[in-house]
Design a protein around this ligand. Structure first.
Ligand SMILES: C[S@@+](CC[C@H](N)C(=O)[O-])C[C@H]1O[C@@H](n2cnc3c(N)ncnc32)[C@H](O)[C@@H]1O
Length: 204
């Protein structure tokens, strides 16, 4: 699916304004001193937004096209964009306290990768918060395309629609859930208004 995202960003003409989730998290992160890792940062809309708001944010993305574009477009913080797979990223080497921000990226990885990611981050002493917004099994797009596994569908690209309760249960084993919401109105894009999941959790 890496090529899908490379092509998508090469032709990119879309939204650069911060997501409503980033604004929501900003309120929560007021006075936060750690770094934020925007995993699967895409065109950097939220990475930039956090940096503009005194929150140091590092954007990781596997797409070399988008990382190249971001570095060019946002020269002042070009070093904050890193071309990396956020599942295999060595979070354990991070020296400063940090939080993980995942907007619309958990549903882009498969269950096995999700497990690897959670197993990795659950052990990290420097990790403070986890912020997730993702598509769910209640999405209107659920069922569209070729079914390739449990809750997994392939259209122009791969999506694994998240079962909110299942993910909550998993996260709850290692984090204190601060916010858990499943609702429409959070991620409105053109005519789409999917019922998405939001989780804010604190590392125990
Ligand atoms: C739906 S876009 C979301 C972009 C951005 N977070 C936003 O909300 O606008 C998903 C992004 O995740 C990236 N991505 C998917 N799997 C990844 C992985 N394993 N490692 C790094 N980036 C990944 C894709 O390249 C793409 O940029």
């Amino acid at each position: 699916m890496k090529n899908y995202w490379d092509n998508y960003y090469n032709d990119f003409k879309g939204v650069l304004k911060p997501s409503s989730f980033s604004k929501h998290c900003k309120k929560f992160l007021k006075n936060y001193k750690g770094n934020i890792y925007d995993i699967g940062c895409g065109n950097g809309r939220d990475t930039i937004f956090f940096n503009k708001n005194k929150l140091k944010c590092i954007g990781l993305d596997q797409s070399s096209a988008v990382i190249k574009l971001n570095k060019k477009k946002f020269k002042k913080i070009k070093n904050n964009f890193i071309k990396k797979n956020f599942v295999s990223f060595p979070y354990k080497n991070i020296k400063k306290n940090f939080s993980i921000y995942s907007r619309f990226t958990i549903h882009t990885i498969n269950k096995k990768q999700e497990k690897i990611l959670i197993n990795k981050i659950k052990k990290l002493k420097k990790l403070d918060y986890l912020f997730i917004e993702a598509r769910t099994i209640y999405d209107e797009l659920f069922g569209i395309g070729k079914k390739i596994g449990k809750n997994e569908f392939l259209t122009s690209h791969y999506r694994r629609f998240i079962n909110p309760q299942e993910l909550k249960k998993e996260i709850k084993k290692h984090f204190k859930i601060i916010e858990f919401k499943v609702s429409k109105g959070f991620a409105i894009f053109k005519k789409e208004n999917p019922k998405v999941l939001r989780i804010i959790a604190k590392k125990i």
